[in-house]
Each structure stands twice: as structure tokens, then as C-alpha cells.
Design a protein around this ligand. Structure first.
Ligand SMILES: C[S@@+](CC[C@H](N)C(=O)[O-])C[C@H]1O[C@@H](n2cnc3c(N)ncnc32)[C@H](O)[C@@H]1O
Length: 258
């Protein structure tokens, strides 16, 4: 899945959740002063900024295949090492980071297992690899659950995002184990976003960001309007806050055998 929307569209659709998700992922990974860290799939830089606050911009590297996100991230954090590229082929040498993190990305990688192995390779022995993805199988990501539930009321055959890597409980941890990480800890992270009202919720879906936005953009206008009408009564009147749960796991890189 490629992300072609402008950084500002991403910010208003999903970046508003990264604001509360990124700090708890950084906590779970134990990111602290003195570390050199990598943000894989940085997007416009929601997690990059949190990492920069903790370890200093010069100690942060970030990578994403979407050039417009990389430009935005580099503009926001000019002293960080921000590059265009993919998790499956990281352009850094072995063991150069104390931690490699990935926030809401492994479900979008072409080969998530290879991505995790690459994150392990560039992290020093004893360092941490951590990743999270929204809960899209148990309804914990309210915004996306509301949307896909409405979609299935119109067309029950739509799969949506529930088959993506990392979106079910325990999947990231299982993949970390297969990637050779040890001392794996997994659990859930809580985030949220505030909305001024229904229009503030709906409009960002029309920006064609990610699978939900792309799906909406693929529909004819009357179908899009039907979906909007189905979503409307599912949400409160006036301002509201939506909770969002992500699954996460973290593991430790072991020294490779000589
Ligand atoms: C949902 S966004 C998450 C962005 C950011 N980490 C955040 O939390 O706001 C998913 C990101 O993964 C990136 N992505 C897609 N495939 C990727 C790959 N193979 N390797 C690294 N990043 C990838 C997309 O370009 C997009 O920026």
C-alpha cells in the first residue's frame, strides 16, 4: 500500500492519533537520553519528533518510501538523518542503533518478516526492536472500526484491513520470535484523538489516506454519501474523543554467532 497523500492530509487523518501513540511506543521501547534510534516508516514524523525530544535530533534516523512524507519529516527535523527507502532494505550498517522502532508500519510492508530482520540487523546486540499496529480484529481502533463496520453494512464481502500483518493480538510478538529476537514483551498501547464534530471525523476519510481513504475514493459518489450517512448516527453529536488500541511488541537483539 503506497501513501501518496500530502503530509497535511495524513496529519489530519492518522497523525492526530500518532500524537498520543508515539510517546507510549517510545516508553515501551525504553527510549531515553544517550541512545541512537531509528524510526522505520516514519511518515511525516509523528514518532520521529518524539524520539528527537528524548535523544536529540542528531541521534535520530528515519526512513519511509513516500517522498512527500520524507520531505515533511526532514523539514520538521532538519538535524535528523531522514531518508527515502523501505524497511526490507535499510541503508544503514549492522548494529549502529540502540533501538529501532516502527509505528503503524509493519502491516504495510511488502515483507514484514524481512523488515523485522532488517530492524534487528541495524540494532546493536542487546538493543531493542519495537513495533505497533492498530487492533483491527477486536474493534479497538474506534475510528477505523466505525468506518469498516459501515462499509460492511453496505457490502459484507469487503475484507478491509483485518487481514493485515500485526493487526491481531500476538501477531507482532510471534513474528519477532521468528525473526530471532529474544525477551519479547507484548501488550497493548492506548491512544486517542479529539474531534470537533462529525465533519471533522468524516472529512479526513475523503483525503484518500491509507486503505480506508483509498477504499472510499474508489467508490462512486452516491455510495460515498451512503457510507457517510451510515457513519453519522454511530458517533456522538458535537465534540468527541475516540479511543484507539494498538498491539505492540518489543524484543532484544541477540549477538550473532561468530
Ligand atoms: C500508517 S503510516 C505510519 C506513519 C508514522 N509511523 C506514524 O505513526 O504516523 C504507514 C507508513 O508506512 C510507510 N511504509 C509503507 N511501506 C513501507 C515499507 N516497506 N517500509 C517502510 N515504511 C513503509 C508508508 O509510506 C507510511 O508512511
Amino acid at each position: 500500500m503506497s501513501f501518496t497523500s500530502p503530509a497535511e492530509s495524513y496529519d489530519s487523518f492518522m497523525g492526530r492519533y500518532t500524537r498520543t501513540l508515539a510517546p507510549v511506543l517510545a516508553d515501551a521501547a525504553g527510549v531515553a537520553e544517550g541512545m541512537r534510534v531509528l524510526d522505520v516508516g516514519c511518515g511525516p514524523g509523528g514518532l520521529t519528533g518524539v524520539l528527537a525530544e528524548r535523544v536529540g535530533e542528531v541521534n535520530v534516523a528515519a526512513i519511509d518510501p513516500a517522498p512527500q512524507f520524507v520531505s515533511a519529516c526532514a523539514r520538521r527535523y532538519p538535524d535528523a538523518d531522514v531518508r527515502v527507502g523501505v524497511a526490507e532494505r535499510l541503508p544503514w550498517p549492522d548494529g549502529g542503533f540502540d533501538a529501532a522502532l516502527s509505528c503503524l508500519v509493519i502491516g504495510f510492508m511488502d515483507d514484514a518478516d524481512r523488515g523485522l530482520r532488517e530492524m534487528s540487523r541495524v540494532t546493536r546486540p542487546g538493543g531493542v526492536v519495537a513495533a505497533c499496529m492498530w487492533d483491527l480484529t477486536e474493534g479497538g481502533m474506534t475510528m477505523l472500526a466505525t468506518f469498516w463496520e459501515a462499509v460492511r453494512e453496505l457490502d459484507p464481502t469487503v475484507v478491509g484491513e483485518r487481514m493485515s500483518v500485526g493487526v491481531s493480538r500476538g501477531d507482532i510478538a510471534a513474528r519477532m520470535e521468528s525473526a530471532g529476537l529474544t525477551d519479547i514483551v507484548d501488550g497493548e498501547l492506548s491512544a486517542h484523538a479529539d474531534y470537533a464534530g462529525f465533519d471533522d471525523f468524516w472529512e479526513p476519510f475523503t483525503f484518500a489516506v491509507g486503505p480506508a481513504g483509498s477504499y472510499l475514493a474508489s467508490l462512486p459518489a452516491d455510495r460515498r454519501e451512503q457510507l457517510r450517512e451510515i457513519c453519522l448516527p454511530k458517533l456522538p453529536d458535537g465534540p468527541f474523543t475516540l479511543p484507539a488500541r494498538a498491539w505492540y511488541a518489543r524484543g532484544i537483539v541477540t549477538p550473532t554467532a561468530p
